[in-house]
Design a binder for this molecule. Sequence first.
Ligand SMILES: NC(=O)C1=CN([C@@H]2O[C@H](COP(=O)(O)OP(=O)(O)OC[C@H]3O[C@@H](n4cnc5c(N)ncnc54)[C@H](OP(=O)(O)O)[C@@H]3O)[C@@H](O)[C@H]2O)C=CC1
Ligand SMILES: O=C(O)C1=N[C@H](C(=O)O)C[C@H](O)C1
Length: 268
Amino acid sequence: MAELKVVVAGAGGRMGATNIKAVAATPGLAIHAALDRPESSALDADAGSHSGIAPLGVPITGDVEAALAGADAILDFTTPTSSVALARRAAELRLIHVIGTTGCTPEEDAEIAAAAESGAVIVKSGNFSLGVNLLAELVRKAAAALADYDIEILEMHHARKVDAPSGTALLLGEAAADGRKIALAEKSVRVRDGHTGPRGEGTIGFATLRGGTVVGDHTVILAGPAERIELSHRAEDRTIFAHGAVKAALWAVGKPAGLYSMADVLGL
Ligand SMILES: NC(=O)C1=CN([C@@H]2O[C@H](COP(=O)(O)OP(=O)(O)OC[C@H]3O[C@@H](n4cnc5c(N)ncnc54)[C@H](OP(=O)(O)O)[C@@H]3O)[C@@H](O)[C@H]2O)C=CC1
Ligand SMILES: O=C(O)C1=N[C@H](C(=O)O)C[C@H](O)C1
């Protein structure tokens, strides 16, 4: 098989750098282009040097069309606006689009789903690690088995994170809601403040912490009478997300256009 030509979007960012390193180290993948905002301070830097590895001879560009020309796949950990725009182009160009971006509104998610229906092979997940996707299966089972227990989801991330609750917390919330056969949107409590009254029966609560350099900690608590079960995942390094994203891109080769999840990739 010819090398898969990959565009890393958000190349100047934390996950962009991690993805550049993962793609460069994976046989069968080649960095086709490194894309960031035209205003990015990383523009024109060598994608390899900027990511802390040997120079790759690929400058970080702000030119989307030049980056996508001749590409096979996009690894995209950027912003919701950027991911929606890239999904539209991925549909037109029939590309694989791996989306790790979190914080999308329901309307933005609908636009991404529409792009998948009209030609893009999209794999989107709030978390590309093996551990979190396995944890989601455990949460689904626990939520179903302990039907009367209160479910709370606690997450902590680094101080630079801009969205809350995290994509992972929402993914775990969806798994819990699925286990309970309820709709998360109708049962989630995303903020508590002031005189809230007692906990709503059957709700799924979220709590958000931010600080320091925490890569990503998540705990799902199932609280019952006189006992609690806590299911946790702690990310120690961003490489777990990049390795999952690379796996997703390779898995997507030859798949029909559509919207897939990391659970599909992992066969969970
Ligand atoms: N699903 C998963 O497994 C994971 C998801 N994430 C998510 O990935 C996203 C990025 O996280 P992180 O790398 O920490 O954030 P960063 O802010 O470090 O990186 C985002 C990068 O995207 C760039 N960018 C913004 N707009 C565009 C655009 N229109 N075109 C190209 N590049 C653009 C930013 O440029 P500039 O700085 O100039 O604005 C920046 O370089 C977040 O939504 C985060 O939650 C993170 C880790 C794992
Ligand atoms: O912004 C981050 O850093 C992370 N974002 C993802 C999320 O919102 O869950 C995944 C990971 O936890 C790191």
